[in-house]
Design a protein around this ligand. Structure first.
Ligand code: SF4
Length: 211
């Protein structure tokens, strides 16, 4: 169904989703507005905190209003991505994924690593785009790399990202920088194929098992 949607329209969807995602990351650094929605006295917000306190070891701790960036990320952005993946499949998700889109920036700008090759007979020099060699260490072991990175991400979520919005934002920016770097170093969809820690998860969700 979505395969028929023209690429130009998909490009708009990618821009909108990527812009929204970058805005959500920026809000993790600076957001003086959304905590107003969690104020206990807010007239209509469904996210307002209750006027009761939380009892911890007999002490009454009152909850403080908080910015909504992390709530939005874990409660809406990540579930929405998984929903699209499960319901509409990986093919659609790959076409609109903001991280995949950002990994294509070097290609769009014509900044891709190239190798110089000389034809020994004619002496002519030509340039070839670098790509992952299927016989290289990376070409053979990329599933371990992806799972390793996924493991680090899951442990990081429990230990750091959930508790500190700046660490979450830094991790997301680091991942974006890594995707753009891979786009420069290897071109094509190398980030999705060989590096992205979400790739094995998506395979489990969206592909039939081979055994
Ligand atoms: S493999 Fe990663 S970057 Fe590529 S579409 Fe999936 S989530 Fe996005």
């Amino acid at each position: 169904m979505f395969a028929k949607i023209p690429e130009r329209r998909m490009q708009w969807v990618r821009w909108i989703l990527t812009g929204g995602w970058l805005l959500a990351i920026a809000s993790l650094f600076y957001d003086p507005w959304t905590s107003a929605l969690t104020e206990p006295n807010h007239p209509w917000s469904p996210l307002r905190l209750p006027n009761t306190c939380v009892l911890v070891q007999g002490q009454c701790l009152s909850e403080q209003p908080y910015p909504l960036g992390t709530t939005l990320f874990w409660g809406a952005i990540v579930p929405a991505a998984i929903f699209i993946l499960l319901v509409f499949g990986h093919e659609l998700w790959r076409r609109i994924c903001p991280l995949s889109f950002l990994s294509q920036i070097p290609r769009a700008l014509g900044w891709q690593r190239q190798f110089k090759r000389e034809n020994k007979k004619t002496g002519k020099i030509r340039y070839e785009l670098a790509k992952v060699n299927a016989d290289s260490w990376l070409g053979k072991n990329y599933p371990y790399l992806q799972f390793g990175w996924l493991f680090v991400g899951l442990c990081g979520r429990i230990l750091f990202f959930n508790a500190d919005r700046l660490i979450l934002a830094s991790w997301l920016l680091f991942t974006i920088a890594a995707a753009i770097s891979v786009g420069y170093l290897y071109g094509g969809k190398s980030w999705c194929q060989y590096f992205c820690p979400m790739a094995p998860v998506q395979s489990i969700y969206s592909e039939p098992g081979s055994y």
